[in-house]
Design a protein around this ligand. Structure first.
Ligand code: HXC
Length: 260
């Protein structure tokens, strides 16, 4: 395998579940351009794979990811930054139709935290450390951190985190509402995988519709978003899995979902 491919490892630990591992351990999984390009490629592949129903993304014990690679940015001009069009790379993650779970141990800082914020569920270990410290190196979040945090935890906590660069614990991030669950460090990956297993056992069309409405609804007016929700629900009434799910309940048996 090439160095490029090695920056992100893709595994299929069980049926319908994909596991993506960030793999630059010596640099605390700092997100250099190679890794980000490879990550986008992996997510494009997973998005197109209808056998995949849930994705888990993780790092290692020390770091989920310590941010964008500062070595990659120290001599970079504004025009070069523009021409990198990294928004396209991040979009490959946020556009994934399958739910994505971040399993966070160690540091999730800067672009590393933003990567997690681009996903749908964040499971963090008790020892995880999260923050947006970009201001300390003269820049600011650029992969959605200011906006996704402000829309999740509000202006006042977002200002505190982004303006001071303070690094906080998983428990504090959980209290603020941007970590879904805190578990002992050793149980992070297994908790994420078992959550993925549960999601993968659900009817996939319902899962994808729920994700779409939860992600896009908040950008619309409440009336528009409620309409979006109703339409998504109505579409599900055309699915075989709706018939199977409801019949199985009434017949007191386990449903067998086909994904149609
Ligand atoms: C490049 C990094 C890095 C980073 C760590 N390393 N973070 N390299 N970019 N973001 C490298 C170090 O240079 C070092 O390399 C090795 O990883 C180990 O790091 P140490 O600092 O020795 O480890 P430790 O003492 O355990 O401290 C870990 C740490 C610290 C707290 C995570 O490394 C740190 O503060 N990193 C920077 C965090 C940060 O500022 N992130 C935001 C980046 S800006 P050597 O070769 O010396 O062993 C950003 C912008 C996003 O994310 C914009 C949109 C994408």
């Amino acid at each position: 395998m090439s160095d490029y491919q090695d920056t992100v490892l893709l595994e299929r630990p069980e049926e319908h579940v994909a596991l993506v591992r960030l793999n630059r351990p010596k640099a605390r999984n700092a997100l250099n351009m190679q890794l980000r390009q490879r990550l986008a490629e992996v997510f494009q592949e997973l998005s197109a794979d209808t056998d995949v129903r849930c994705v888990v993304i993780t790092g290692n014990e020390e770091a989920f990811a310590a941010g964008a690679d500062i070595r990659d940015m120290v001599d970079t001009s504004a025009v070069e930054m523009y021409l990198r069009h990294t928004e396209r790379l991040w979009r490959a993650v946020s556009d994934c139709p399958h739910p994505v779970i971040s399993a966070v141990n160690g540091y999730a800082l800067g672009g590393g935290l933003e990567l997690a914020l681009n996903t749908d569920i964040i499971i963090a270990g008790e020892g995880a450390k999260l923050g947006q410290p970009e201001v300390r190196v003269g820049i600011m979040p650029g992969a959605g951190g200011t906006q996704r945090l402000a829309r999740t935890i509000g202006k006042y906590q977002t200002m505190r985190l982004t303006l001071t660069g303070e690094i906080i614990s998983a428990q504090e991030a959980f209290s603020m509402g941007f970590v879904s669950k805190v578990v002992p460090d050793a149980e992070v990956l297994e908790t994420a995988l078992s959550t993925a297993r549960t999601i993968a056992s659900m009817p996939p069309l319902a899962v994808e519709q729920i994700k779409e409405v939860v992600v896009h609804g908040p950008d619309a007016s409440l009336e528009g978003a409620l309409l979006m929700e109703r339409k998504a629900l109505q579409v599900l009434f055309a699915s075989d899995d709706k018939v199977e799910g409801m019949k199985a309940f009434l017949e007191k048996r386990k449903p067998s979902f086909s994904g149609r």
